[in-house]
Ligand binder design. Structure first.
Ligand SMILES: N[C@@H](CCC(=O)N[C@@H](CS)C(=O)NCC(=O)O)C(=O)O
Length: 206
């Protein structure tokens, strides 16, 4: 059976749990990371030397890096579902997966930690504000893309929507002042109609 390690309130773990449920995979979930520990045990480090979540083991095959896991699950369990058959469509979806990690994750982390997760006395207002401004700029790019197609993967929901869908939930839930991004908002509303999104992504932020 597939085993997924990682605490549920991690953005990167959410991607994997959401994807697994979209595909209807039967899996075992083990909480790890943050208050759950586990990630520093020799057994876990032997699987993932980074000591980070998520990590999966599937019939002896171990894999870490959330986006790679999402693609693996779609390929193995979805017969390509959510990936798209057309090379250009698939590349477009993967572009957004990579972009979410390389261009949005860092400013989002600065904002989220300093607006939500850290104890109040440890939060740095200037870091939160810098992160917020960078996130506004990045979500503006997403909003413009979503003015052209209903999903980041194209005409239908797919892997390109999964990483940003996880970031978007926190974006709309954080106690911050957001500009109006109508296309981003409409896409987010479409995601909220998906039961596996509501189950795995729309959970308490802390
Ligand atoms: N690029 C990695 C990043 C993994 C990562 O940074 N995971 C965070 C949670 S979002 C983590 O493990 N933090 C330490 C912990 O939770 O103990 C991925 O996409 O899987």
């Amino acid at each position: 059976m597939l085993t997924i390690w990682g605490r549920q309130n991690s953005t990167n773990v959410k991607k994997v749990l959401w994807c697994a449920d979209e595909l209807g995979i039967d899996y075992e979930h083990i909480n790890a990371g943050g208050p759950f520990g586990v990630v520093n045990t020799p057994e876990y480090r032997a699987m993932n030397p980074n000591g980070l979540v998520p990590c999966i083991r599937d019939e002896g095959f171990v894999l870490w890096e959330s986006n790679a896991i999402v693609r693996y699950l779609c390929t193995k369990y979805g017969a390509g579902a959510l990936l798209g058959q057309d090379p250009a469509q698939r590349a477009r979806a993967e572009q957004w997966m990579d972009w979410a990690t390389s261009s949005l994750a860092a400013p989002y982390r600065d904002l989220f930690l300093n607006a939500v997760r850290l104890p109040v006395e440890q939060r740095k207002q200037d870091v939160a504000e810098k992160g917020l401004q960078a996130c506004i700029s990045q979500f503006g790019i997403v909003d413009a893309a979503l003015s052209k197609t209903p999903f980041l993967s194209g005409d239908v929901f797919g892997v390109g929507d999964i990483p940003l869908g996880c970031f978007a939930y926190s974006w709309f839930e954080m106690p911050i002042e957001r500009p109006q991004f109508p296309h981003l908002q409409a896409w987010y509303q479409r995601l909220t109609q998906r039961p596996s999104y509501r189950k795995n992504v729309m959970i308490a932020l802390t």
